[in-house]
Design a protein around this ligand. Structure first.
Ligand code: NAD
Ligand code: UDP
Length: 319
């Protein structure tokens, strides 16, 4: 049986990846320090004999016993409000944490995939973003702690690949959504749905002309799975190219939730990227991957998930 270590296992993407690899017949070792994650996301796995959980901060030395075939490094705060609240831990998990996991991969002779991000492109001057684009990041801006940690993560990963011959994979993830996002993580989808469920107006930052392209979690997990098993070491964008302005998206959510909320406008956070859309030519050619779930279907599933949460969860998520 193949053994895989998944860091960030109690988070949104990490927990879905644990489910995927268990379903594919792997033995999964989940690791998380719960700084932004929640054990409820993996509660259903604790009774499974093919799942083990380690409560550990991966910015500190990481060791697991036994053989390891694969590592997925997904531990990192991922939402702007999270990484602004814990900037040093964000820098550490992307840099020291990645170094620790590359070292572990080398010791175990395991293949490692690291979770990079569309944020390596910063506020992009090339549209849509191809993997060849070097990006436009403000190193000293508030988002720099996340963006630069992820850029360093890619550099050290390629160095281990070139210098030590380690088998490495880099996924550049574009905005992904679905069940198990934290209602109060500040990202736009839980923010808007939480507001709609509490009967509050939807807060659009800036004039709402900035764009994003939202990928449903099952598509994202499928892309990551294919990349891990591919023979391709260069970065690959995984995301849904269907782009929308944040203002139009707020209107879509008002329609979806059938509420009579209005849109209210708040200041645009510093360095908020104005446009973002993945070019997925590489993923199509190399992985035979493209997204299958459109926004209407994905948002319906996500809304139903959030609607099922308790009153207490909803209150906790108020800003
Ligand atoms: P999340 O916050 O739900 O999950 C991250 C998990 O990592 C949490 O469970 C958290 O407790 C854990 N963690 C953080 N620091 C840790 C540390 N030092 N040691 C151990 N565990 C630690 O976020 P997510 O959306 O699931 O993101 C997962 C990964 O995917 C991140 O690396 C993120 O940068 C990347 N990513 C996500 C998106 C997206 O749209 N969701 C986009 C781009 C990149
Ligand atoms: N946004 C918004 N209102 C909110 C939360 C976010 O208008 O309550 C905007 C945010 O400014 C950004 C977009 O929605 O332009 C996506 O934000 P998110 O934090 O989800 O992810 P990002 O892509 O910026 O990392």
């Amino acid at each position: 049986m193949k053994r895989i270590l998944i860091t960030g296992a109690a988070g949104f993407l990490g927990s879905h990846l644990c489910d995927k690899f268990i379903a594919e017949g792997y033995h999964v070792l989940g690791m998380d320090n719960l700084i932004t994650g929640d054990l409820n996301n993996i509660d259903h796995l604790f009774k499974n004999k093919n799942f083990e959980f380690y409560h550990h901060d991966v910015s500190k030395f990481v060791h697991v016993s036994g053989k390891l075939d694969y590592i997925l490094h997904f531990a990192s705060p991922a939402s702007p409000i999270d990484y602004l609240k814990i900037p040093i831990q964000t820098l550490k998990v992307g840099s020291l944490g990645t170094h620790n996991l590359l070292g572990l991969a080398k010791e175990k002779n395991a293949r490692i995939l690291i979770a990079s991000t569309s944020e390596v492109y910063g506020d992009p001057l090339v549209h849509p973003q191809t993997e060849e684009y070097y990006g436009n990041v403000n190193t000293i801006g508030p988002r720099g702690v996340y963006d630069e940690a992820k850029r360093f993560q890619e550099s050290i990963t390629m160095a281990y690949h070139r210098f030590h011959g380690l088998e490495t994979r880099i996924v550049r993830i574009f905005n992904t959504y679905g069940p198990r996002m934290r209602l109060n993580d500040g990202r736009v989808i839980p923010a808007f749905i939480g507001q709609a469920l509490r009967g509050e107006d939807l807060t659009v930052f800036g004039e709402g002309n900035q764009t994003r392209s939202f990928c449903y979690v099952d598509d994202q997990v499928d892309g990551i799975y294919r990349l891990l098993l591919s023979e391709y070491a260069e970065p690959v964008n995984i995301g849904n190219p269907h782009e929308i302005t944040i203002k139009d998206f707020a209107e879509e959510i008002i329609k979806l939730t059938g509420t009579d909320q209005k849109i209210v406008y708040k200041p645009l956070p510093k360095d908020d990227p104005m446009q973002r859309q993945p070019d997925i030519t590489r993923a199509k050619e190399i992985l035979g991957w493209e997204p299958k779930v459109n926004r209407a279907e994905g948002m319906k599933i996500t809304y139903d998930y959030f609607k099922g949460l308790s009153e207490e969860d909803l209150r906790k998520s108020e800003h």
